[in-house]
Design a protein around this ligand. Structure first.
Ligand SMILES: NC(=O)c1ccc[n+]([C@@H]2O[C@H](COP(=O)([O-])OP(=O)(O)OC[C@H]3O[C@@H](n4cnc5c(N)ncnc54)[C@H](O)[C@@H]3O)[C@@H](O)[C@H]2O)c1
Length: 255
């Protein structure tokens, strides 16, 4: 059991839960006693992750869902509520990266896919989660952006457009729901040691090494370091934290 938080009797919904920061956060919620819906587009991977957590004694649900499809998101949220009994915490984290491309060379289909998953997906998750949280009069949502929600990086215009968009949508929604018992915040990771970054290293020689020069702490972040921030943002300890963009980035955006 996580010694810091007690989420017994609570229900968490985590997207992108088959890998990286989503998986680390699903595990952290389960370790703190929550029932967890693990949601991911990769059905086999999310089923495997959920059964491993279940074997450790957690109450879990594996849901195959493409967050860019609003009907699938609606069904995923409704199934979570029906099977686990409510919805107290959500980490809207599913996302993709793409190769560095100057804006004039970005295919609009690639832009649409990027925005469809990384921004529309987060928006749709909030939309349906808020229906249930309003009914309950309580809840905490954490959306996952990036250092790309604060700054620009050459070659990353579509990704950064989506991540900046998460900040705008989250701040506005936070204002709408704060008085209704629902807190909405954002966690903005820096360069993290996850399969996404491993894939970037393989696909684009030197790109991560170049970015690492701008990381004051001089190391990659760990998925667990983001999970810790998400659990805190959902906890009573963060009860007065509303509409905050929390960088977990080893100092990248403080420069
Ligand atoms: N790794 C980093 O350095 C870094 C930095 C800043 C922000 N982020 C963001 O953090 C989030 C998680 O990244 P990660 O590094 O853990 O990546 P990851 O690739 O390890 O995991 C992402 C997960 O999202 C799932 N996913 C992708 N598209 C989906 C869709 N349409 N519907 C549902 N699930 C989908 C994948 O199957 C995968 O399991 C992403 O939003 C990413 O943009 C990552």
């Amino acid at each position: 059991m996580n010694p810091i938080y007690d989420y017994a009797g609570k229900v968490a919904f985590v997207t992108g839960a088959a890998s990286g920061m989503g998986l680390a956060t699903a595990k952290a919620f389960a370790a703190a006693g929550a029932a967890v819906a693990l949601v991911d587009a990769k059905g086999d991977a999310v089923a495997k992750a959920a059964s491993e957590l279940e074997a450790s004694g957690a109450r879990v649900l594996a849901i195959t869902c493409d967050v860019s499809d609003e009907a699938q998101v609606k069904a995923a949220v409704e199934r979570t509520v029906a099977d686990l009994g409510g919805l107290d915490m959500a980490f809207n984290n599913a996302g993709i990266q793409s190769g560095a491309t100057e804006l004039a060379d970005v295919a609009m289909a690639d832009y649409d896919r990027m925005l469809g998953i990384n921004l529309r997906g987060v928006f749709a998750c909030m939309k349906f989660q808020l229906v249930q949280m309003k009914r309950q009069g309580s809840g905490a949502i954490v959306n996952c952006s990036s250092l790309g929600g604060f700054v620009g990086v050459p070659g990353r215009s579509a990704y950064h457009a989506a991540k900046h968009g998460i900040h705008g949508a989250s701040k506005s929604a936070a204002l709408e729901y704060a008085a209704q018992g629902i807190r909405i915040n954002v966690v903005a990771p820096g360069i993290m040691d996850t399969p996404m970054v491993a894939d970037m290293k393989k696909a684009e020689a030197g790109v991560i090494e170049d970015m690492m020069r701008d990381v004051p702490i001089k190391r990659l972040g760990e998925a667990d370091e983001v999970a810790a921030a998400v659990l805190w943002l959902c906890s009573p300890g963060a009860s007065f934290v509303v509409g905050h963009m929390l960088a977990v980035d080893g100092g990248y955006v403080a420069r």
